[in-house]
Ligand binder design. Structure first.
Ligand SMILES: C[S@@+](CC[C@H](N)C(=O)[O-])C[C@H]1O[C@@H](n2cnc3c(N)ncnc32)[C@H](O)[C@@H]1O
Length: 240
């Protein structure tokens, strides 16, 4: 299956799961390389938004190799994280490289679908999703599920790629994303298509205002967003 032949939601899920499985061993290295380590800063900023909930369980959805779960447990020593992802290879890779400190006891990994979250209703004070919402086959369904599992007063945090609007920076970033990144990442990961999909999924994703409207429609009562690094990424906040 190629990205061009993907038609249905089930096909998108299969395609996305297979692509992440194929790059799982190189995912962390490539993230740091391609973002010049700025991705750690983005996860740090996102996690800071949860500082009013330093204890109890947070759900990290589309958790992948667990970089956000690690930051969530690093910033609050009494916080636990339930990390959900439907790609077992990504989770296994993350579990293998957990540091040898108490954080490995505070992160639990569950293989499951973000559009049918395997968790009870009103269970978490926080739900986080870093670079995952863009990959969901049905964004609205995923957002409704995130709302369901949050306690009233709980917070949703979404970190996602967006498109810079600065007239000078825009073409430079677009060249990097469409030409440089698939070549470099293709060579390192052995799967150029995975990174062509990345560029395409960023280009086709919602505008921040559109995603904010979807967050509101999913039931959140207060929502806002904050662009970072010239709008390469945006942090969205929704309060239940
Ligand atoms: C770009 S990675 C992000 C990983 C991690 N959150 C990070 O910050 O690097 C996206 C992850 O979303 C997962 N994913 C995509 N669709 C999903 C779904 N419907 N349910 C669960 N996980 C999903 C993929 O398997 C992949 O591990």
């Amino acid at each position: 299956m190629t990205v061009e032949t993907v038609k249905t939601a089930e096909e998108k899920k299969r395609f996305v799961r297979d692509k992440f499985a194929s790059i799982s061993n190189r995912y962390d290295f490539l993230n740091s390389l391609l973002s010049l380590k700025v991705d750690s800063y983005w996860r740090w900023v996102t996690t800071r938004e949860l500082k009013e909930f330093p204890e109890g369980a947070v759900l990290d959805l589309c958790a992948g190799t667990l970089p956000l779960a690690l930051e969530l447990t690093r910033q609050a020593s009494k916080r636990t994280v339930v990390a959900v992802d439907f790609c077992e290879d990504m989770l296994r890779r993350g579990l293998k490289s957990l540091p040898l400190d108490d954080r490995r006891n505070r992160i639990g990994a569950v293989c499951g679908d973000g559009e049918e979250i395997p968790a009870a209703t009103e269970k978490f004070w926080g739900v986080t999703v870093a670079f995952g919402v863009r990959n969901l086959a049905n964004t609205a369904k995923g957002l409704t599920e995130m709302h369901r599992v949050l306690k009233p007063g709980g917070k949703l945090l979404i970190l996602e790629f967006s498109r810079p609007s600065n007239a000078i920076f825009k073409p430079i970033y677009s060249f990097y994303l469409n030409r440089v990144l698939p070549k470099v990442a293709g060579l390192v990961s052995g799967d150029k298509e995975a990174y062509e999909y990345l560029a395409r999924s960023i280009a086709e994703f919602y505008e921040p205002e559109e995603l904010l409207t979807m967050i509101r429609k999913a039931g959140f009562s207060r929502q806002y967003y904050r662009p970072l690094t010239m709008g390469i990424v945006t942090v969205y906040v929704g309060i239940k």
